[in-house]
Design a binder for this molecule. Structure first.
Ligand code: DGL
Length: 268
């Protein structure tokens, strides 16, 4: 057990993902907690996690958590569905700080579907996990759940190819079975996918609802910090720092595009 000293509300919040996908969650966090300092780690040298073993992902998650806690993180957000499934319980056993994970939004999708068919787009790692099986067991009884692993999509987004013809082609290929099955609600079960949600919506049409968990994760983080009196004082402006272990010049271009304005990216 890593024993953390007295937690401090001035300390930053650590957020990580296999790559740039977790920035979709970071945006929701920054929107509701603008006073907080945020540290974001993109483990892009090891992306995608979707085809790696749970043991490997767990090792990476521990490495990233150590890195963020050494920089004084008062809470961790695992902004990755695949890493949450593989590693969140190990992280919670190892570290005594609030740790927020995420899982595909099956429960809210089941609550709003009218056709009784929901689609889940996620990595093969998430879809094969025991956690996802448990999620379906709990909430998926009265509906048909069509799952689709989206090979190649994370890589395209890591390269910043959001609007490339090849990315649109991949999306069409992965969405077709969901539409044929009659899905009226599609869960974006990987944090990279919200960055192509406009293209997804165009392909599936406005009548199909897309659900992403980024905003729910940000609210959960806010609640956990509030409960522990760890929210930063509201008169401060939070700083956001980005770290990557891949080429930082390339990462700067892609992360600036995804974040919405030019940012600097450091190597770790
Ligand atoms: N962004 C991640 C997720 O939410 C992982 C994608 C990957 O690296 O395969 O699942």
């Amino acid at each position: 057990m890593y024993v953390v000293g007295e937690l401090n509300s001035d300390a930053p919040i650590g957020v990580f993902d296999s790559g740039v996908g977790g920035i979709s969650v970071l945006k929701h966090i920054h929107a509701i907690l603008p006073h907080e300092d945020l540290l974001y780690c993109a483990d892009s040298s090891y992306a995608p996690y979707g085809n790696k073993s749970p043991e490997f992902i767990c090792e990476r998650a521990i490495y990233l958590a150590d890195f963020l806690i050494e920089r004084n993180a008062k809470a961790l957000v695992v902004a990755c569905n695949t890493a949450t499934a593989a590693a969140v319980s190990t992280l919670r056993n190892n570290y005594q700080i609030p740790i927020i994970g995420m899982e595909p939004a099956v429960k809210p999708a089941v609550a709003i579907t009218k056709t009784g068919v929901i689609g889940v787009l996620a990595t093969s790692g998430t879809l094969k996990s025991a956690q996802f099986a448990a999620l379906l067991e709990h909430y998926g009884h009265h509906v048909t759940v069509v799952t689709q692993a989206c090979y190649g999509l994370v890589e395209a987004i890591e390269h910043g190819e959001l609007d490339a013809a090849s990315t649109t082609q991949l999306l069409k290929q992965y969405l077709e079975p969901l539409l044929l099955a009659g899905a009226d609600t599609i869960v974006l079960g990987c944090t990279h996918y919200p960055f192509v949600s406009a293209s997804i919506q165009k392909i599936v049409g406005e009548s199909v609802a897309l659900i992403d968990t980024g905003s729910a994760v940000a609210k959960q983080l806010q609640k956990r910090l509030y409960d522990k009196a760890l929210l930063q004082s509201p008169e401060l402006n939070g700083q956001v720092s980005f770290w990557t272990n891949s080429d930082s010049a390339h990462a700067e271009v892609v992360i600036s595009q995804l974040w919405g304005h030019s940012v600097q990216v450091e190597n770790f």
